[in-house]
Design a protein around this ligand. Structure first.
Ligand code: NAD
Ligand code: DAU
Length: 356
């Protein structure tokens, strides 16, 4: 049995689905079900006794303590977070509350739980903290990719809150001996990603005939990883990672945003041609930049490759094609998660730039 936090979100849901397929080991899934958490992503597990879903907050220490006592998980895999940079600019408080205080409460409960374990149960216990490459800050165009030794220079409220959580995890290992592992991953894409992030947002807006808002000059670079490859990397780190160490995970797929949007438009032109003819590229609009927009991220994943024998299985071309097809085949999931407050958010976000 393992305890996963944030398992109804994008990466968490992919992880839960992959885990039950690959490991056949039960999961307790604790998720607050914010706007970003959707049980629709886990619908295939509705009658699966291996998946125990608990709606709750990671900042609720008593709840965590009681779950650890009841289920005695051999590991905690911590995904739960506020994850969207634009939202952190509009409203940073929730990011501090969940990403910092929430992680603190989780660490405290895990520490007490671990202290009571003995023998094999103590030796096997792990706390795996899922983090981001954004903690390292922004890279110059020709600078080498981030290694695990790169200094922390977070620039957004989101990345600052994730950096704080990474430091707490490190401190709970050094001070209290909690058996922790940390992963820092680059931009993920794939099924079940909420359509506020670049790739699903562009697909959703393109097929709805809306403008495709590219921030600034579109030349910011991100390093893309297919979500299934991230899930496989986390499983590997959980089983083979050295306690107290951090592992960078990336897809070796650096791309400028404008090139990503062009590729998406070309795939959509092929997979869902516009009824009225023409290309989705015609919907692209350059809009006011994100404040403090990091120019480039790139991950050096040679450590996890050489020490834990992990490599991504998808290239950006294969992963993106699968992803576009998934969104076209799963319009009901998109409709489900974009009902309600979604429209208000996109209006607020894009009014701050230019009405698209
Ligand atoms: P997401 O926003 O899609 O999902 C977050 C999940 O956490 C949601 O299900 C939400 O309901 C839940 N949650 C939020 N606050 C909570 C709270 N207080 N208590 C319990 N549950 C809560 O995020 P994601 O993109 O799946 O990211 C998951 C993790 O991976 C995050 O920690 C993020 O920082 C990290 N990460 C994401 C990426 C990426 O590209 N998406 C890359 C690297 C690292
Ligand atoms: O690097 C890992 C991080 O990747 C994760 O830690 C975050 O949780 C995740 O959200 C992601 O952060 P980004 O800010 O890089 O992702 P986003 O999809 O919001 O933006 C990707 C790039 O696209 C970024 O340079 C901003 C740009 N962009 C984004 C949106 C939403 C646009 O040009 N237009 C848009 O409408």
């Amino acid at each position: 049995m393992i305890l996963v936090t944030g398992g109804a979100g994008f990466i968490g849901a992919n992880f839960v689905l992959d885990w039950l397929k690959e490991q056949n080991e039960p999961i307790v899934n604790l998720d607050k079900l914010t706007y970003a958490g959707n049980l629709a992503s886990l619908a295939v597990l509705a009658d699966d006794p291996r998946h125990i879903f608990i709606q709750g907050d990671i900042a609720d220490g008593e709840l965590i303590t009681s779950l650890l006592k009841q289920y005695q998980p051999r590991a905690i895999v911590h995904f739960a977070a506020e994850s969207h940079v634009d939202r952190s600019i509009h409203g940073p408080e929730a990011f501090l509350q969940t990403n910092i205080i929430g992680t603190f409460q989780l660490l405290q409960a895990a520490r007490q739980h671990y202290a009571a374990l003995t023998g094999d149960a103590a030796a096997r216990f792990r706390f795996l903290h899922v983090s981001t490459d954004e903690v390292y800050g922004s890279l110059a165009p020709d600078a080498p990719a981030f290694t695990e030794q790169h200094p922390y220079e977070p620039n957004s409220p989101y990345s600052a809150s994730k950096a704080a959580s990474d430091h707490l995890v490190r401190a709970w290992h050094h001070t209290y001996g909690l058996p922790v592992l940390t992963t820092n991953c680059s931009n993920n894409y794939g099924p079940f990603q909420f359509p506020e992030k670049l790739i699903p947002l562009m697909i959703h807006r393109a097929v709805n005939g809306e403008g495709l808002p590219v921030y600034g000059d579109g030349k910011n670079v991100r390093d893309w990883l297919y979500v299934g490859d991230h899930c496989a990397a986390i499983r590997r780190v959980l089983e083979k990672g050295i306690l107290g160490e951090t592992y960078n995970i990336g897809g070796r797929a650096e791309m400028r945003n404008i090139d990503v949007v062009h590729l998406l438009c070309d795939l959509l032109d092929e997979q869902k041609p516009k009824k009225q003819g023409g290309s989705y590229r015609e919907q692209i609009q350059f809009v006011t930049d994100r404040p403090g927009h990091d120019r480039r991220y790139a991950i050096d994943s040679s450590r996890i490759d050489s020490e834990l024998d992990w490599k991504p299985s998808q290239t950006f071309a294969t992963g993106l094609r699968k992803t576009v097809q998934w969104y076209l085949d799963n319009e009901s999931w998109v409709d489900n998660v974009t009902s309600g407050a979604y429209r208000q958010w996109t209006k607020l976000n894009y009014q701050a730039r230019k009405d698209v």
